[in-house]
Design a binder for this molecule. Structure first.
Ligand SMILES: NC(=O)C1=CN([C@@H]2O[C@H](COP(=O)(O)OP(=O)(O)OC[C@H]3O[C@@H](n4cnc5c(N)ncnc54)[C@H](OP(=O)(O)O)[C@@H]3O)[C@@H](O)[C@H]2O)C=CC1
Ligand SMILES: CC(=O)N[C@@H](CCC(=O)OP(=O)(O)O)C(=O)O
Length: 310
């Protein structure tokens, strides 16, 4: 039997990439609304309630509205790509490699919150070190990142690409979130198992897709015995047995002169690096991903497949 899938927001950046990733699939039937009717609430409600899985690719407020439209209809399962439910206790967090049992939680969940692109990188680096007792309570975690501009959705894409846009942006690389209250911080804190909010400094580069997330650490402030090698080993152990999140061997990362934010564009995988020198004072943890791959649409398709395999 084919599963009926409706993407609310299918004509936006994340929605379109879900459709392109699944264009050849014959095991799903797509329910669809013409683009001109994308904000027609009655049509959306009808489609949402007819789906086996509704994938919400909408701003937070519209996602909350969509969820309210299917309240009480237990036949519909939901994957929400917005920030709205990522720390809701009754939603499964859709980062399947986060813990050994996370894929099973997603498989059996009615409601799955797809992680944010930046939190996917940050949580992937931080959580294993908290779980392994390497990163102590109270450690002041810093997360620095650069994203391709599609991370800002249709609006930022137009601002970056359309020279006639009234708010056209000419910068090749800019910092934002300068009040240090970015909406992703609670998600990073909770799923990173942190007891203190991280300091998060995001930026955007003039390239459509790709992302680097960095978590620099001072070894002397970690729990005793922490080293480049022990941190790398903890990440390797945490991600053993799956092939989406790869921990790059230390000897390979030691040979690199640079990391290219666009290396994984079009892929749904993520690479983790541990940079530093044996016996050195610092390590820099780096996650490399496509903001629209493992950071959004790729993860949504992965979660859909897990839910369909229940
Ligand atoms: N882009 C990325 O890299 C990532 C995005 N996300 C999240 O995914 C979600 C979607 O983002 P993205 O695809 O980038 O955004 P876009 O702005 O590109 O697309 C959003 C789509 O939703 C539609 N929409 C907006 N409001 C409503 C509404 N009230 N009712 C029905 N449709 C509506 C928009 O239509 P209209 O054209 O009329 O505005 C548009 O088609 C967001 O919550 C975002 O935070 C998560 C991870 C990464
Ligand atoms: C470049 C850019 O603007 N990025 C977005 C985040 C993109 C993303 O991760 O979406 P979620 O907010 O749904 O997690 C931002 O910082 O708000």
């Amino acid at each position: 039997m084919t599963a009926k899938i409706f993407i609310d927001g299918e004509h936006g950046t994340t929605g379109l990439q879900i459709r392109s990733r699944t264009a050849d699939r014959r095991d799903v039937e797509w329910l669809s609304i013409p683009e001109a009717e994308r904000r027609n609430a009655a049509m959306r409600e009808d489609m949402l309630n007819s789906a086996d899985i509704a994938i919400l690719c909408l701003p937070d407020d519209a996602s909350k509205e969509a969820v309210s439209m299917v309240a009480g209809n237990n036949n519909v399962r939901i994957i929400d790509t917005s920030t709205a439910f990522r720390i809701a206790p009754d939603w499964a967090y859709g980062f399947a490699e986060m813990d050994k049992d996370q894929a099973d939680k997603i498989r059996s969940a009615r409601c799955v919150a797809n992680p944010g692109c930046y939190p996917t990188g940050a949580v992937s680096l931080i959580r294993p070190l908290r779980a392994a007792g390497i990163l102590p309570d109270g450690y002041p975690v810093t997360v620095n990142a650069v994203s391709g501009y599609t991370g800002g959705g249709k609006q930022m894409i137009a601002q970056m690409e359309d020279v006639n846009h009234p708010e056209h942006m000419t910068a090749n690389n800019f910092l934002y979130g300068l009040n240090l209250k970015h909406k992703h911080m609670p998600e990073m804190k909770i799923h990173g198992l942190l007891d203190r909010a991280p300091l998060f400094s995001p930026s955007v580069g003039r390239f459509p897709q790709g992302m680097i997330v960095q978590v620099p650490l001072h070894l002397e402030n970690l729990n005793e015995g922490a080293s480049l090698e022990s941190i790398h080993a903890a990440l390797v152990a945490h991600y053993a047995g799956q092939n989406i999140v790869t921990v790059v061997p230390l000897e390979d990362s030691a040979k690199l002169g640079r990391v290219d934010a666009e290396e994984l564009v079009g892929k749904d995988t993520m690479k983790l690096f541990v940079f530093g020198s044996t016996g050195g004072a610092h390590v820099n943890l780096v996650a490399l991903l496509d903001n629209l791959g493992k950071g959004a649409s790729g993860a949504a398709v992965q979660n859909m497949d897990l839910m369909l395999s229940a």
